[in-house]
Design a protein. Structure first.
Lengths: 394, 609
């Protein structure tokens, strides 16, 4: 630790020294709350789940994607960074899963196969979220050889035309590739990876959900994650089905789909359809973290990139939140940093305001972006629809 | 340095010199910042008798320690200078996003001195400060100026503060605009910028306000936001209807000045109410930086849309001009934003002109082809606002403000102003304390120097009898000192509906690390008030100026719920001076100055009691 002479003039301090001072002076492992309470943080390496965004590039242009509205540098995670992360993970004994995902298509990374092989060596169970367009034989064999437990493919319609409209690619082609994966898996007498689907429910596609479940059964899908849409533009804000109530017709189709799921033995994860008092952040509750392609460590997908969302018709600027970069610090230091720990504490115990149903939300300037909320917490989670269970990421 | 940034940016437009100096932290804490600190510095730095529109006047753009900090409404900054309208200490407050941005760029305040030889803009990008020619935007309205300068600056997220054509033409009704629709409205501060050939200041910063105790700030923010949300005005009335919610409230109390204060009840006020505004014209709310209340409106009528109108504007162009056409008022407000006019002064000047016209002082030929200046004319309010903004035709005279206008016809008593500044939308004949406050406010007739409407009408924090002066002297002092402190901290006075001195003290303490109590905070307010008072005394103001227009002292309200009342200023003024620790002439005593720690400050010379 560097000793900082206290006669140093503020303006002459280096950034590192300022950060150090700030840490020592302010960001201790104690949270003072009011007159009566003081919470002592107990840092430990209890990370359970890592979301790894090896790239934020994608070969598709899906209409609901954050990528439609962001102004973010795009790129691929370098192999040495993957290696560095793998090294950093060694100190986390409770790590249960690495999900390759993020706001990009992992299989689009030119060195995807190599990365899978490196990750395989860790012995940590893996999962892959993908658009399924690049599931070719060699790639499938890699997945089958690696410790991949689940492959989650986005399938939002059973109709070729609708799917094309949403994801700008052919449904039949990605279904063929999945069938091939399932048969190769059977040939190797493997139970894993399980094949799952993710369905983003919108006004234009909800009627196809029961049929999607049937198609899923034909192909050998084990689970379908149904999530609502978090619109990123005012245009697709018209597509949402949730609100004070679920669009009545959607309710009917949802139930048909769920019942079909029971009959076909497909687990269907259902989203919340209305705003409820209950809040829980699956990222925080599951002791998860997200690392973006450029090494930034973020608490969740929502705050992974600077972006925009439209919450109940209200535009909100999302400000990227990073608690540190793998290039500068170890994941352990970042995970145990007072700032990140305090953030997890406040979110886990729901000590943040609820913007979505606040009387003042249509004007409040604090709700215009995710920097700060009216209780002083930063980043602001009061508008998060993931915590409400309306939006769900596997 | 927490709360404060610790730097002052000083630009001399005559020499082109740009310098950065350290903030005197001890002095800053003594006066908080913003209105207080800049007022003290102005008093020290300029000769009291400088020509307000000459190069020796200085103009301060000052944030407070809580501007840009994570506390509710930390959006405010003050424009402090010697007023060309009335030679008082001008300090005009504005919200929006410009003030916080100046702080994020690394400066507590910007001081502009001298006079540029050609139209100039100041571009500030953190450490980089540049003087640029503004000839391309000279003569341009606010929206065009803002758009052009943002393009030149090259960052759409930068914030623009500027003057419109009114400021360039040195109109005494000219304001300083920022973020398109926000105004440091009163006291003619726009003309001071114009006199310096300073068209605009564009700023973009990249740092945050450092906090002494972030956990404590969280707690304070949480507590104060809760109070703001739970309060009927800040949590419901203002968010839903904006300040215009007052139209019906004040009119129903019979204290809604109508036709240049000739009446105090406007029968068709409902047509211009906040409720009507919300129903017919409101597009969205338009908040300031980090404000949960969002009283700001954004309205559209025909092909005109933009920020506002506020209550005072609706009144000045509405009831005060006898107009109940809300669409026309929104348009007049739009022209004020574009030309850079203070909506209160502009509307009141037109109201005074209407009375002058109806009484035969302004002759038809003087209208230069413009519409008749009749009370109730929605055409006139729009036409003469534009004429005033451009100083064209009769507009050149209107640009002087109501006092000089009426004086030029030999009837200054028709100007409903105090110290040449037009009074806003509350008839003090039946809100007695408000009359005392108007008469004693340091920058002239003003509602944001002390809002006694809160206790006298709305019962906040306690309901007072509005028809009597009893006890009002101490209430006036209390409100004036509290608002001086809030202005100096960089917060919005609307928070005071929900918060008290202790809340503000807690915010200041948590942000700066300097522990103070509510009583300490009130003392800072008192100190600021006295510095301003002394500035005015040095400029020749006397007890005789602490008064109201004759109409309000002598002519009873003719009809409506408050019929029959006049303001009883004389009953309360001596008591007010006494409570302030001043002598019978309204001059601070030596003891008072010593008590406030002002004896050691370099104040302008004035005749001490």
């Amino acid at each position: 630790m560097r000793c900082v002479p206290f006669h140093y003039h503020r303006t002459s301090l280096h950034r590192g020294e300022v950060l150090y001072l700030r840490q020592v002076l302010f960001l201790t492992y104690v949270i003072r709350q009011g007159e009566e309470f003081e919470v002592k943080l107990n840092p430990q390496n209890n990370l359970r789940k890592l979301y790894l965004e090896i790239t934020n590039r994608c070969n598709l242009k899906c209409k609901m994607c954050y990528r439609q509205v962001w102004e973010q540098e795009i790129g691929y995670m370098a192999l040495d960074m993957v290696q560095r992360i793998i090294d950093h993970l060694k100190v986390f004994p409770k790590l249960e899963k690495i999900v390759l995902g993020g706001i990009g298509e992992p299989t689009y990374h030119p060195q995807f196969i190599k990365i899978m092989k490196e990750l395989q060596k860790t012995g940590i169970p893996l999962a892959l979220t993908t658009n399924g367009t690049l599931l070719e034989n060699q790639l499938i064999q890699t997945l089958l050889s690696a410790n991949v437990q689940e492959v989650i493919v986005s399938v939002d319609s059973s109709s070729e035309a609708d799917f094309q409209n949403i994801r700008s690619t052919e449904l039949s082609a990605i279904l063929e590739k999945q069938k091939n994966m399932v048969s190769l898996k059977k040939a190797r007498k493997q139970a894993f990876p399980r094949l799952s689907w993710e369905f983003v429910a919108m006004k234009t596609n909800f009627r196809s959900l029961p049929q999607v479940v049937r198609r899923a059964a034909e192909i050998g899908v084990s689970a379908i994650y149904v999530t609502h849409l978090i619109p990123v533009s005012e245009e697709n804000a018209q597509e949402i089905l949730y609100g004070d109530t679920l669009v009545p017709e959607a309710e009917k189709y949802f139930h048909m789909a769920y019942n079909t799921g029971h009959a076909k033995g497909i687990k269907i994860m259902r989203p919340q359809n209305v705003l409820k008092t209950d809040r829980s952040c699956r990222f925080i509750d599951n002791y998860s973290t997200v690392i973006s392609w450029d090494g930034e460590v973020s608490p969740c997908y929502r705050l992974l990139h600077p972006c925009q969302e439209v919450v109940f018709g209200r535009k909100k600027r999302l400000i990227k939140k990073s608690f540190g970069n793998i290039k500068d610090m170890t994941l352990e230091d970042i995970w145990q940093s007072p700032e990140y720990m305090k953030f997890r504490y406040f979110v886990k115990y729901n000590m943040y305001p609820s913007c979505t149903d606040c009387d003042l939300v249509d004007g409040c300037d604090l709700a215009a972006d995710s920097e700060l909320d009216c209780m002083g917490y930063s980043p602001a989670c009061g508008d998060c629809l993931w915590a409400r269970g309306i939006i769900f990421c596997p | 340095m927490a709360g404060y940034v610790g730097k002052i940016l000083r630009v001399n437009l005559s020499s082109g010199e740009i310098s950065k100096e350290d903030l005197d932290l001890a002095k800053a804490k003594k006066f908080f910042g913003g209105r207080g600190l800049a007022g003290m510095m102005l008093s020290e730095e300029i000769a009291h008798d400088v020509d307000p529109l000459g190069p020796d006047n200085k103009i301060f753009f000052a944030t407070g320690p809580l501007t840009g900090a994570p506390v509710p409404t930390g959006s405010r900054y003050m424009v402090v200078t010697k007023s060309p309208l009335n030679n008082t200490i001008a300090s005009s407050n504005s919200g929006g996003y410009w003030g916080p941005e100046l702080k994020f760029a690394g400066y507590d305040m910007l001081v502009v001195e001298g006079k540029a030889d050609k139209p100039t803009a100041i571009f500030i990008k953190d450490d980089e400060v540049e003087l640029r020619s503004a000839e391309n935007v000279w003569g341009k309205v606010t929206s065009e100026t803002t758009k052009t300068l943002l393009e030149e600056f090259g960052d759409p997220k930068a914030k623009v503060m500027c003057i419109g054509p009114a400021g360039e033409k040195l109109s005494l009704n000219a304001c300083v605009m920022n973020d398109l629709f926000r105004a440091a409205g009163r006291t003619g501060v726009g003309a001071v910028m114009g006199s310096k050939n300073l068209k605009a200041v564009v700023v973009k910063g990249s740092s945050k306000v450092e906090l002494a105790d972030p956990d404590k700030v969280k707690e304070v923010l949480s507590n104060t936001t809760k109070k703001i949300r739970e309060n009927g005005l800040t949590g419901q009335g203002l968010p839903t209807y904006g300040t215009a919610l007052l139209v019906n409230v004040i009119n129903e109390s019979g204290v809604y000045p109508t036709n240049n204060f000739q009446q105090a009840y406007f029968p068709t006020a409902e047509k211009t109410s906040g409720e009507t505004l919300a129903e017919k014209y409101l597009v969205k709310k338009d908040p300031c930086y980090r404000c949960p209340i969002a009283c700001g409106r954004y309205c559209k009528v025909d092909d005109v849309e933009g920020g506002g109108p506020e209550y005072e504007t609706i009144w000045a162009y509405g009831a005060d001009c006898g107009v109940d056409d809300l669409g026309a008022i929104i348009k007049a407000n739009y022209f004020c934003n574009e030309y850079g006019l203070d909506t209160i002064a502009a509307g009141c000047t037109i109201a005074a002109a209407m009375e002058l016209y109806e009484k035969g002082y302004i002759k038809e030929e003087e209208l230069a082809g413009g519409p008749e200046l009749k009370f109730g004319s929605s055409e006139a309010i729009q036409y003469y606002t534009k004429a005033m903004g451009l100083s064209e035709g009769l507009g050149a005279k209107l640009a002087w403000g109501s006092y000089r206008l009426t004086e030029s016809y030999g009837v200054p008593e028709l100007s409903m102003s105090v110290k040449k500044q037009d009074m806003p939308a509350y008839d003090p004949r039946a809100i007695q304390g408000m009359g005392l406050q108007y008469a004693t406010a340091n920058r002239g007739g003003c509602h944001v120097r002390g809002y006694l409407v809160a206790p006298e009408i709305a019962g906040i924090p306690e309901k007072l009898d509005r028809f009597t002066m009893e006890g009002k002297a101490s209430w006036a002092k209390l409100f004036q000192d509290l608002f001086a402190a809030i202005d100096s901290l960089g917060l919005c006075i609307f928070t005071s509906f929900a918060l008290g001195a202790d809340d503000y003290a807690a915010m200041f303490s948590a942000a700066t690390g300097e522990e103070i109590t509510g009583a300490d905070l009130m003392k800072v307010g008192d100190r600021v008030w006295n510095v301003e008072k002394i500035f005015n005394l040095a400029n020749g103001y006397t007890k005789a100026d602490d008064t109201l227009p004759k109409r309000l002292l002598e002519e009873p309200i003719p009809e409506g719920p408050s019929q029959g009342h006049v303001n009883k200023l004389a009953e309360a003024l001596p008591e007010y001076y006494k409570i302030r620790g001043w002598d019978e002439e309204g001059v601070p005593t030596e003891e008072k100055l010593a008590e406030l720690g002002l004896a050691v400050e370099k104040l302008p010379r004035f005749k001490l009691a």
